[in-house]
Design a protein. Structure first.
Length: 155
């Protein structure tokens, strides 16, 4: 009976530690959202990812199929016009990863994603959206996460 209890305890501890490692990418990245006025009715959305530990976050163009690239989906807002695409500000690393059988693009520690928007009026409004992303380290990848955000601008 003690042997069965020991085996069950070990199994539960192992499953608990295994699920701790599977909490998802959101546990390894903190996000900061800002807007900066750069001209009349023109703003830069600055979305900064702070990546913890030895994880890396894939770029908006990961380079190969397999890893989940960082993707921003902005909700429609009739008061806003988006100009161009997302610009990445940070030290992008391109490295061959055998797991993906190719060269991948990613960031370590921190990266700021910038999107330019123009307002169609002087009224305050919000940019709402979602960011989908995935982090990996040399040993494993965590499941992708999706985070919603709201960035106030204008006024």
């Amino acid at each position: 009976m003690i042997t069965i209890r020991s085996v069950l305890s070990t199994l539960l501890i192992t499953l608990g530690l295994s699920s701790f490692g599977q909490m998802g990418s959101a546990k390894q990245v903190s996000w900061i959202y800002n807007s900066k006025k750069i001209a009349d009715k023109t703003y830069e959305l600055q979305i900064t990812a702070n990546i913890s530990g030895n994880y890396h976050l894939y770029a908006t163009k990961a380079g190969v199929e397999g890893p989940v690239a960082t993707i921003f989906n902005f909700s429609p807002n009739p008061l806003l016009a988006f100009e161009g695409g997302i610009i990445e500000r940070g030290k992008r690393i391109t490295k061959r990863e055998e797991a993906w059988d190719g060269n991948v693009n990613f960031f370590e520690k921190t990266v700021t994603f910038v999107q330019k928007v123009k307002t169609r009026s002087n009224a305050k409004t919000n940019v709402n959206g979602k960011v989908e992303f995935m982090v990996c380290n040399d040993d494993m990848c965590l499941p992708p996460s999706e985070i919603t955000f709201k960035i106030p601008i204008g006024g």
